[in-house]
Design a protein. Structure first.
Length: 251
């Protein structure tokens, strides 16, 4: 006789499940899983855009510093707190009495011209300072990949270039008086530190730099501003900021 298992020892019956389509992810372990869009790959910053944003930072720092110096020259309370006069402090380091007196005279002439040009120079100085601060803020946001930055940065860069050119054209007397003082100061310093033959060779070069240096720097700033705008208006730059805005909206 064959032994029969008691009912309690029988294995439990499996519950029947309704038939359905096979799960491809379970039946085929190597099947690719649905991929999610790679947001980071779409918002990769072009290298030229990074260079342009860093250049905008440099321009902003230059404008901000230049504006601060001019506002301090006109003793604007927010920028001037009664500190010693910068020009007098610089001239005081000149050892020779006659040289120091000549430098002081040129510096006083620069101050007189600055006061005469106040109505023209002060608005330009204020605009330069404001635009420098805006460039610093917008370029920093651009480097951080913040959306809604590109258009504002383009506009500020263009206005900054226009203000720099306007300042060059509107206050030539102030610029020339300052350059005369700076050139004399530099010549005195070179005469005190260089041998006579080297000093005589350096004088013509410094005089040429006094005449062409400002124009060269103006051209460099203008071309640099144009290149920054060009980089910001290229297709990949637009796509970068658009993708950054979409990524921010999805968070």
């Amino acid at each position: 006789m064959s032994a029969e298992l008691p009912p309690d020892d029988l294995p439990p019956a499996r519950a029947s499940t309704p038939a359905g389509p096979p799960d491809a992810s379970k039946d085929t372990p190597n099947a690719p899983k649905p991929s999610r869009p790679h947001t980071s790959a779409r918002i990769t910053r072009p290298r030229y855009l990074a260079v342009a944003l860093i250049s905008a930072l440099v321009l902003g720092a230059g404008c901000w510093t230049e504006g601060c110096d001019r506002m301090r020259l006109y003793k604007v309370p927010a920028f001037y707190s009664g500190e010693p006069d910068r020009g007098q402090v610089i001239n005081s380091s000149i050892k020779n009495d006659d040289d120091r007196a000549r430098a002081d005279a040129l510096y006083q002439r620069f101050l007189e011209v600055a006061e005469q040009a106040r109505r023209r120079a002060f608005p330009m100085a204020a605009a330069t300072w404001v635009l420098g601060a805006a460039l610093l803020a917008l370029a920093t946001r651009g480097l951080a990949g913040k959306a809604n930055t590109r258009q504002s940065l383009i506009q500020v860069v263009i206005v900054q270039a226009a203000v720099v050119i306007a300042t060059y054209l509107v206050v030539p007397d102030l610029r020339n008086a300052e350059l005369d003082w700076e050139l004399e100061r530099t010549l005195i310093h070179q005469r005190e530190t260089l041998p006579l033959d080297q000093y005589q060779q350096a004088v013509p070069m410094m005089q040429r730099a006094r005449h062409v240096g400002v124009q060269t720097w103006l051209a460099v700033r203008s071309v640099g501003s144009a290149l920054i705008v060009l980089a910001l208006t290229r297709k990949r730059s637009r796509e970068f900021f658009e993708a950054a805005g979409k990524a921010l909206a999805q968070r």
